[in-house]
Design a protein around this ligand. Sequence first.
Ligand code: GLA
Length: 380
Amino acid sequence: MTVSLIEEKFFETFGEEPDLIAAAPGRVNLIGEHIDYSEGFVLPFAINERTMTAVRIRDDSTVRVASVQRHNTIVTVDIKDVKPGLKGDWERYVLGVLWSMGITTGVDLMIDGHVPLGAGLSSSAALECSVATAMNHLFDLGFSLEQLARLTQRAENEYVGVPCGIMDQSVSLMATNGFALLLDCRDLSTRNIPFDVAAHGMELLIIDTQAQHALIDGGYAERRASCESVASILNVKSMRDVTMDQLDSYCHQLTNTEYLRARHAVTEMKRVLDCVDALSNADFIKVGLLINQSHISLRDDYSVSCPELDTAVEASLEAGALGSRMVGGGFGGSAIALINVSKTADTIQAIEKAFADKKFKAPRFFTSLPSQGAELLSRK
Ligand code: GLA
């Protein structure tokens, strides 16, 4: 991924040089799944793969959006027409950010995306956050990272129509090289947690199952609604305010499904804080156990796993991983496995074999150290 390629494409497409280029990464989540919308703590980190946005101010109200990956099909629209409801394709993620940030001037935008699509690694947040970072600098808007996280989430919720939480955009904007980000989804305060697996002879393998199940949209919204319903029955603001004792004392007022969804939220919130403690003691055995418990809870209580994810997790554990679990929204996408570096090749082989035996599409593998969040790469 080079800055010069996007500059070249920008010039080729728009006949001018960009004013500036910004980038924002995708993410994996170490632990804390499906609790960002319940105001919990989460512990994601930014991956190496990033999306870049090159932009130039125009002196009219036209917005042109193109991408290196889409062979320069240019979407052209007047900024006054950029409102929720405007039909479109992937460029809705770009236009949604212009809308939520209140941009009223025309711009030319070129996108160069390197976060694998559909792999549950937040390519959409990377796109939104690279556009938001570019706009913030281009127009000297002075939005803080917390404000940018809320604005990009709003773009995805209200413009694109996906009811996501705040985790992906926050980590894409706020992550620091070498650290996982402990994010309090209630007030967006953060703490950098050292996550130097390499120094302990380990790595975090990312397994893209290449599976994508139709449930994803409705399934996510339905889980979110269950948590909101339990919070309202218990008369609290969110699942963040609920303990296991309280939940158990209300269980007769909840459906079985609501109880299970809520149990995931309450126990997952505790696992995140336990994981932070375990990391501070470099206790990777404990980290692995917590990762495993998270998967079991997501699979059995939250019902957001799928056969491909379960197979990746089981094969990793059989090959000796300390911990393995699905990451992201679920119903497909990626799993992670915390493994000894010496076991990487064996683990990959074991997962490939398990997938082939079940006639699943072959998985893809990545590794990534915790990387830097969004940044300005160059300015004219
Ligand atoms: C998706 C959403 C996030 C979060 C995760 C599950 O990635 O975009 O907000 O809810 O699922 O943890």
